[in-house]
Design a protein around this ligand. Structure first.
Ligand SMILES: [Zn+2]
Length: 249
């Protein structure tokens, strides 16, 4: 599937709407992890959906007081719009990527809040609370997403040990999201995934996306159950990250 075909066929939109056949979906996923334009487009569409979900979260956190009569409602609060969005959500449009992307955004917001002196405490508290809720939501297994791309955020230090990820039989690939340490700034990175002493996959020429992260996919056929190590290197240079994860099939 080429970028031109994707643009002509409005494939990204069909993808986030869950309207693609399995083979087309797999072909598109293969493409968009390597294509900044398509990756951005998918993020844009999914964040739109995630925005609606965020509104739902807010209403859980702070139950709205009895509203005064409203004369003009913004479009996203109008019942017809909400109904349409609810239908989209029911179709399983909200993928794990939206949650990861949100988490990256919220992590940035927490960092920003720390720098602001006025009303910092309030903003920080709100951003951290939302981040905690997103993490909880991302950890909940969602049966409606069966067959979609399993994804794993790699972190160099984790309080809760080595993360495990299930790669279901129908998955084409495992998606990995990792953020190179700020001190190790480089234009290109290389990721090596090892199983025991065997290099299972080597991914050179990786560039950070607009969130400062690397998003890559590892073909599921390369992954048997077991312990894995991912080494991040500056392309042609030193190792800057060392991550461990466990795959179950
Ligand atoms: Zn593309």
């Amino acid at each position: 599937m080429t970028h031109d075909q994707i643009e002509r066929g409005e494939i990204a939109e069909l993808y986030v709407r869950g309207r693609l056949k399995d083979a087309d979906r797999a072909a598109f996923e293969e493409h968009y992890f390597g294509c900044d334009a398509c990756f951005e487009e998918v993020q844009r569409l999914e964040q739109f959906i995630a925005g609606v979900r965020e509104m739902d979260l807010e209403s859980i956190v702070e139950p709205a007081p009895v509203p005064a009569p409203v004369i003009v409602m913004p479009v996203w609060r109008q019942p017809a719009f909400l109904g349409a969005m609810a239908a989209c959500l029911a179709m399983g449009v909200l993928s794990g990527w939206a949650l990861l992307v949100d988490r990256a955004r919220l992590t940035q917001e927490v960092a920003e809040a720390r720098r602001v002196s006025t009303d910092a405490a309030t903003r920080l508290q709100m951003a951290e609370r939302e981040l905690a809720m997103r993490r909880a939501a991302a950890a909940v297994p969602a049966p409606s997403l069966a067959g979609s791309l399993p994804l794993l955020m790699l972190e160099a230090t984790r309080a809760d040990g080595v993360p495990a990820i299930e790669v279901p039989a129908g998955s084409a690939a495992l998606a990995l999201w990792l953020e190179p340490p700020p001190a190790a700034d480089a234009t290109r990175y290389r990721l090596e995934v090892l199983h025991g002493n065997d290099v299972v996959v080597m991914l050179p020429g990786l560039r950070r996306n607009s969130y400062g992260a690397l998003a890559v996919s590892v073909p599921a056929e390369k992954l048997t159950a077991g312990a894995y190590r991912a080494r991040l290197l500056v392309d042609g240079g030193a190792m800057v990250g060392d991550y461990r994860f466990q795959v179950t099939r």
